[in-house]
Ligand binder design. Structure first.
Ligand code: ADP
Ligand code: ZN
Length: 738
């Protein structure tokens, strides 16, 4: 029998994590129960742990199908660094290595086998797996099986035989692609039986989004790169020539940047990618060709210099930032010109090879483009818009991490009046002209078209001449998205008034127009970044440790982020442990890594602290991560659970009655403790255990559970610690004002 506690112990020992993220527990349970499953989580959501941890816990061989050799190698390196035996099998490996790997599998020494779909199709490999009675298959990047996805790979199609070939095995699919159609297709293609379908939260709260008008590209690019000096970033461009120009400009300014696009030879591309992964290059300037297979976790910014052609692309490309969970910035430089460019590409009736394009395909592409364009208008919180696009509800009023919520887009003074002027101009040109012409009339431009139609004589001519073209365009876009205007297309899109537009004109309704962020300054102002994750971090020490990480990584031939993530480095430079025991309490420090790298880091920290006169073994004084600041979310289940706890029911009973997993039930208990503030919780945690936890918490602080867990020799289950810490935190607060 496996209990959630032993799962957490495995995760803490090998990965150095102290809790599971949302959806991970249920996904892991499905693997443990041998129930087919599909897990949809955004990039960086933590999908890999869901098939890795069960393999370790069950001590059983799991086969992972992965589309790219780079991805496989990364995962194998990462698992080995955590003390978990893993191998990869693909065509890039020499025969001897393949044979060695197969021998190791036969000796039942390997927990995770990464294989390409082509390998999976070979009779020899299948026979080997049958001999080993492999019962668990994980399909990574499962959307590759669907031609509805953005990354279809024909070789994935062969996986549809898996269930027939291994009828005893459970198959678990993982993807970050959220559309219903792709999801259904994955289930059908793989022949999953009554699968557990788990769809996680698509929001990435550590990413800040901002969209700025593209004004002076070189200046805006430089500004963003300078803001992130020494940090990793990806700059996406639509065209190869822009890639070359921007990479060249950055290199001239002494920034370690490299270009990447399909026009470069494979060797150059590979060495750029390697340099980026090995951290000898900070910035990659690329077309969308770059990214798949890039697992570097400390990418601190993604800058789009051009418009992605769909929200899916935008989500995927920005998703590469901040995989380590630390703050990262996504900036998009918007220009209507890109919309036009994409549109003309998409509207071509034949493709590059002169093959006719399916009109259905063109329509879908144009729809995606117009969704993306709408997203760029300063109307709805960026986090909210993204999450809702993927069919989820966004629960917050203000995300605190986008240009709009941070109030960088202020209301325009006299916005309603401006709106009325625009609308009336549309009316005066008899709703027969497109955006550019309306803008020309409003600005009083002397163009051939204006003269041809005699529009210089209109009352609205020059009515908004003090405003820039880009501002007017933006406001018209806003009026379109408020549906005060609509675009009817004849040969070219023509602006027309809607009933709502008429109401504004007649003063029955009003609208607020927003200033384009950065419009005044003329340069890019980013969404303000949350820098709290730097709190208490000694930056010079962080840099020292970063160098050490690079050296150790090079010695071992693995990427630096496999040694430790940035989050761990910051913890090391913040708490500055002097002993392995202390170091073991930090995020991401499992047993294998402690053994492997502990000494080197502890020595480096001691040396730096010695010369700089810094204290070591700093106690965590940051406010608790789970403070009862916000009232807990109340759902029907949690109401029922709280009632049960109130009447003294124990955890098992509540689990049974609500049908919830243990961790959720523990969360309900903590919610109830927060709401009701019971004096004693001895019904759920014995007084002796409570006392032990309280003593350890006094020393280790109430911020993180892992140090308490370690201080108690890993003998007390996490759940108990979580419950007691919740209770302790509340006691340290003043009584609730009802
Ligand atoms: P995905 O495959 O969904 O893109 P990964 O599996 O690469 O995401 O995980 C993203 C990051 O989150 C990794 O750095 C991983 O170590 C970290 N991570 C995963 N699960 C947890 C957890 N339970 N606690 C802390 N960090 C985690
Ligand atoms: Zn927002």
């Amino acid at each position: 029998m496996t209990t959630p506690n032993s799962l957490l112990d495995v995760i803490s020992r090998h990965w150095g994590f102290s809790s599971l993220r949302p959806m991970q527990e249920a996904a892991i349970q499905a693997v443990l129960d041998h129930r087919d499953s599909l897990l949809v989580l955004p990039t960086g959501g933590g999908k890999s742990l869901c098939y890795q941890a069960p393999a370790v816990l069950k001590q059983a061989t799991t086969v992972v199908i992965s589309p790219l050799i780079a991805l496989m190698k990364d995962q194998v390196d990462s698992l080995r660094s955590n003390g978990i035996p893993a191998v990869q099998l693909n065509s890039a490996l020499p025969q001897v290595e393949i044979r060695e790997a197969e021998q190791a599998i036969l000796r039942n020494e390997v927990r995770l086998v990464f294989a390409s779909p082509e390998r999976m199709a070979t009779a020899g490999f299948r026979a080997l797996l049958r001999q080993m009675d492999v019962r668990t298959f994980a399909i990574d990047e499962a959307h590759c099986i669907s031609h509805w996805g953005h990354d279809f790979r024909p070789e994935y199609r062969q996986l549809n035989q898996l269930k027939e070939l291994f009828p005893q095995a459970s198959v678990h699919a993982f993807t970050a692609t959220a559309t219903e159609q792709v999801r259904a297709d994955i289930i059908e293609q793989l022949g999953l039986r009554a699968p557990e379908v788990l769809v996680g939260d698509f929001d990435r709260p550590n990413l800040s989004y901002s969209i700025l008008p593209r004004q002076s590209l070189p200046v805006q690019v430089m500004e963003c790169v300078q803001r992130h000096k020494g940090e990793a970033g990806i700059i996406y461009c639509i065209r190869k020539k822009d890639v070359d120009a921007i990479a060249g400009m950055l290199q001239k300014s002494g920034i370690s940047a490299l270009p990447y696009h399909a026009g470069l030879d494979p060797q150059t591309r590979k060495s750029a990618q390697d340099a980026f992964i090995q951290e000898s290059c900070d910035v990659i300037v690329a077309t969308v060709a770059f990214g798949m297979g890039i697992d570097r976790s400390n990418i601190r910014y993604v800058l789009h210099t051009g418009l992605p052609k769909s929200i899916e692309h935008y989500q995927q490309e920005t998703g590469r930032a901040g995989r380590d969970g630390l703050e990262a910035e996504c900036v998009l430089l918007f220009s209507m010109a890109d919309v036009m460019t994409w549109r003309s590409i998409m509207e071509k009736s034949v493709d590059e090879a002169n093959v006719p394009v399916d009109p259905e395909f063109t329509r879908a592409a144009l729809r995606h483009l117009s969704d993306m364009e709408r997203y760029c208008r300063p109307v709805v919180c960026r986090h909210k818009a993204l999450v809702e696009y993927f069919g989820q509800r966004y629960p917050h009023e203000n995300c605190g991490a986008c240009d709009l919520c941070l109030g960088m887009a202020e209301p325009v003074a006299e916005g309603n009046l401006i709106a009325k002027k625009i609308l009336s101009c549309v009316f005066r040109v008899q709703e027969r002209f497109g955006m550019n012409h309306v803008i020309d009339v409003l600005r009083g431009s002397d163009t051939a078209s204006v003269r041809q139609w005699g529009h210089e004589n209109l009352t609205t001519y020059g009515l908004l001449k003090e405003h820039a073209k880009s501002e007017l365009r933006d406001w018209i876009l806003q009026l379109l998205s408020f549906e005060a205007l609509r675009q009817a297309s004849n040969d070219r899109p023509v602006l027309k008034l809607t009933p709502f537009g008429w109401e504004i004109m007649k003063d029955q309704k009003t609208v607020t127009l927003l200033k384009t962020p950065g419009a005044d300054s003329g340069t890019a102002r980013p969404a303000r970044m949350d820098t709290s994750s730097w709190e208490g971090v000694d930056r010079p020490l962080f840099d020292v440790l970063k160098e050490l990480r690079k050296t150790l990584a090079t010695e071992r031939g693995v990427p630096p982020y496999i040694v430790f993530s940035d989050a761990t480095l910051r913890d090391l430079a913040r708490f500055r442990p002097s002993t392995p025991e202390r170091m073991h309490t930090l995020y991401g420090v499992g047993e294998a890594k402690l053994k492997d790298f502990g000494r080197a880091f502890i020595d480096a920290i001691a040396a730096h602290c010695g010369t700089q006169g810094l204290t070591q073994d700093v106690v965590d004084t940051r406010p608790p991560i789970t403070p009862p600041v916000a009232p807990p979310k109340i759902s029907t289940n949690s109401v029922q659970a709280m009632d049960l706890f109130r009447s003294g029911a124990n955890l098992a009973e509540v689990m049974r009655q609500t049908g919830r997993a243990r961790s959720t039930t523990v969360q309900y208990l903590c919610d109830w403790i927060t709401v009701d503030r019971p004096k004693s919780i001895s019904r759920w945690v014995s007084e002796a255990t409570y006392e032990r936890i309280a003593v350890a918490a006094k020393e280790q602080g109430l911020t993180h559970l892992k140090p308490i867990f370690s201080a108690l020799n890993e003998e007390v289950p996490y759940d108990a610690i979580r419950i007691v810490v919740t209770h302790l935190v509340l006691q340290s607060l003043p009584a609730a004002a009802n």
